[in-house]
Design a protein around this ligand. Structure first.
Ligand SMILES: C[S@@+](CC[C@H](N)C(=O)[O-])C[C@H]1O[C@@H](n2cnc3c(N)ncnc32)[C@H](O)[C@@H]1O
Length: 214
């Protein structure tokens, strides 16, 4: 997907208002400027930021349409991917969870500069976020599936929709958690990378262990 195709895709999918375009443009500008100080995205992706990061994040919204009302939790947000993009393109309250100080400061700055008043940052580890029942949980390049689920189970209930971009190892990661986690899982294709997939999950909970015999 070229940068031009990426913008066209956004326009088609979201009917982007002038104000939202402005926010997204400013976010990209702030992100690229901050790259001089910290490594927020892979250097090689800098010329492809709209396709590789903005659309790659925005596509998650298409898979979250059937989620119930409530908050979107983005785990290990880093530079705000997908959290900031979701906050720009939707009206859902978004909580970005990030543990690294410089990234927390970056996210606070972006929220402030873009005036994203339904977005906030939890500056700390996912494991330390107070228990809640998120409507949607996303996590892009945060952790392999076993750690992702175990660290965030306290943020979900049966209705929570998990929308998880995964690399080419997606199927193996899913197989690895099946003995410990049950739920309704399926894969969707990524519009930005033929080798990647988006794992959608709901009703996720630990597999009940049988008590061993004495
Ligand atoms: C590889 S980066 C990905 C960032 C972003 N989601 C993206 O796709 O560009 C992973 C991020 O997760 C954060 N992280 C890792 N473990 C975490 C934890 N237990 N709690 C909160 N943040 C965590 C790291 O600080 C880092 O910013």
């Amino acid at each position: 997907m070229t940068e031009e195709e990426a913008r066209a895709w956004l326009e088609t999918q979201f009917d982007v208002s002038r104000e939202t375009w402005d926010r997204l443009e400013r976010y990209v500008a702030i992100l690229l400027a901050a790259m001089d100080e910290q490594n927020l995205i892979a250097e090689s992706t800098r010329p492809h930021v709209w396709a590789r990061h903005i659309v790659d994040s925005a596509q998650l919204l298409c898979h979250a349409e059937r989620a119930g009302e409530g908050d979107w939790y983005d785990l290990g947000s880093g530079a705000g991917l997908p959290g900031i993009v979701v906050a720009c393109l939707s009206t859902r309250p978004v909580t970005m969870v990030e543990s690294r100080r410089k990234r927390i400061e970056f996210l606070d700055e972006v929220i402030d500069q873009l005036g994203l008043n339904r977005a906030r940052v939890f500056g700390g580890r996912v494991e330390a976020v107070p228990s809640t029942a998120a409507a949607v949980i996303s996590a892009r390049a945060y952790a392999p599936l076993p750690k992702l689920l175990s660290s965030a189970a306290h943020l979900a209930n049966e209705k929570t929709l998990w929308v998880l971009p995964k690399g080419r190892n997606a199927q193996n990661e899913l197989e690895a958690v099946r003995p410990s986690w049950q739920g309704v899982f399926h894969m969707e294709a990524s519009v930005t990378d033929a080798d990647s997939a988006i794992l959608i999950a709901q009703s996720v909970k630990p597999v009940a262990r049988r008590k061993g015999r004495a």
